[in-house]
Design a protein around this ligand. Structure first.
Ligand code: ADP
Ligand code: MG
Length: 380
């Protein structure tokens, strides 16, 4: 077990016109035993970050410390980290068992008796659901099974820090959800410090003790899943979490209210929100909206259902709010259809504390969070 400290880490690939800034001033403090997730789209710099911690990439600036020890000049082999790569490699001529045992037989960790090897392999393969495959060769496995064996090769080896690079990306949705639950258990049980990167927000929310959102090599927000979900710092983070995406509307401040959608969206302008330009963006998550008229302390909307679709137990509606010629399409995900059909006019409401208000973005195009629409809702 170990802490991981990353300070001012910068990495640029190439030079001149071809330079790609993969990491820019990345600061992260990962606690002992923490399961820390880095969430970001493809190209955000996730793999580069893990490789920097592993010592496989030379950052041009910044420091990495593991267990309080600066890693500058420490070879990957001596860092006592175990890394699972996105593209996994197995020994084709070895069985699954031998693939899993090889990290326990080689080099520094080669002090395991045959019985200890068997025990570690059994524990890991049971968790990963591959215990029945030990005698097979890699060519006799599906992609998903191969990826789990590759992950197993990392987890059987005791290490200070596990670095996991999208280890579930090749699995189908059902297996991914199942493995997510198992990995979470494994993380909680083993108490090993893990740095896990993914582009899948559900994985991040399910697995992370804390999450860092990475965008174009920069950390945009760090927090618990609850923080990131409830208090996204900007519209980039708000849009990165949730499917369907958060609804965003342009609003203007008029006479103590925020108005949008041609006046059909109106909410009291909370006193604590300072809007110098008189403009803002309002964010509403599809799942926070409910069908039916709301009472006091809620934001109410009325619109016409343009699309109603069943998503398993849930219903997804697209509701046109505002002028008929230029409506806002509001996406709603509700528990029941409440009898609403395409073409019906429906009322919608949500608690004001679930209305996110963002200021128009400068310098980035992404608006910055000001707070929820209620004063009481400002938790901190
Ligand atoms: P992620 O894992 O989040 O998809 P990467 O860390 O792989 O992101 O890449 C970050 C950026 O750096 C991308 O723009 C990618 O194209 C670039 N990059 C990664 N590796 C190299 C490399 N070896 N040479 C040049 N550019 C690279
Ligand atoms: Mg990657």
């Amino acid at each position: 077990m170990a802490t991981v400290r990353i300070a001012n880490l910068c990495k640029t690939y190439g030079t001149g016109k071809n330079a790609v800034e993969a990491l820019r001033d990345v600061d992260l403090d990962i606690g002992d035993g923490e399961f820390f997730v880095v969430l970001g789209p493809s190209g955000a710099g996730k793999t580069t970050l893990l490789k920097s911690v592993a010592g496989l990439v030379d950052a041009e600036a910044g420091d990495v410390e593991i267990a309080g020890v600066p890693m500058e000049g420490v070879e990957p082999y001596h860092r006592n980290v175990a890394m699972a790569f996105e593209s996994y490699a197995l020994y084709p001529q070895k069985t699954v068992f031998d693939n899993l045992a090889s990290p326990l037989r080689s080099g520094r960790t080669g002090k395991y008796s045959a019985e200890q090897q068997r025990q570690r392999i059994e524990a890991v393969t049971t968790t990963l659901g591959i215990a029945h495959l030990l005698k097979r060769f890699p060519r006799e496995l599906s992609n998903g099974q191969r990826q789990r064996v590759a992950l197993g090769r990392v987890l059987v080896r005791p290490a200070d820090v596990y670095l996991l690079d999208e280890p579930l990306s090749h699995l189908d949705a059902k297996l991914r959800a199942q493995m997510r639950a198992e990995l979470k258990q494994l993380g909680e049980m083993s108490n090993t410090t893990s740095l896990y990167v993914t582009h899948d927000y559900q994985e991040a929310l399910a697995l992370g003790n804390r999450i860092a959102v990475l965008r174009s090599g920069r950390v945009v927000q760090v927090g618990t899943p609850e923080d990131i979900w409830r208090r996204p710092v900007d519209t980039f983070v708000a849009k990165a979490l949730g499917q369907p995406e958060i609804n965003l509307f342009d609003v203007t401040a008029e006479g103590g209210a925020l108005r949008g959608a041609g006046g059909d969206l109106s909410l009291p302008l909370p006193r604590h929100l300072d809007l110098p330009a008189g403009r803002a963006r309002v964010g509403i998550r599809p799942r926070d909206l409910q069908l039916g008229a709301g009472g006091p302390g809620t934001l109410s909307l009325r619109g016409r259902v343009s699309l109603a679709e069943r998503l398993g137990r849930l219903m997804e509606f697209s509701v046109d709010v505002g002028p008929a010629g230029d409506p806002e399409h509001v996406i709603v995900v509700a528990d029941s259809d409440a009898g609403a059909r395409e073409g019906d006019v429906v009322d919608l409401h949500l608690a004001l504390e679930n209305v996110h208000v963002f200021a128009p973005g400068a310098p980035s195009e992404d608006s910055v969070r000001l707070g929820p629409a209620t004063h009481e809702g400002v938790a901190r």
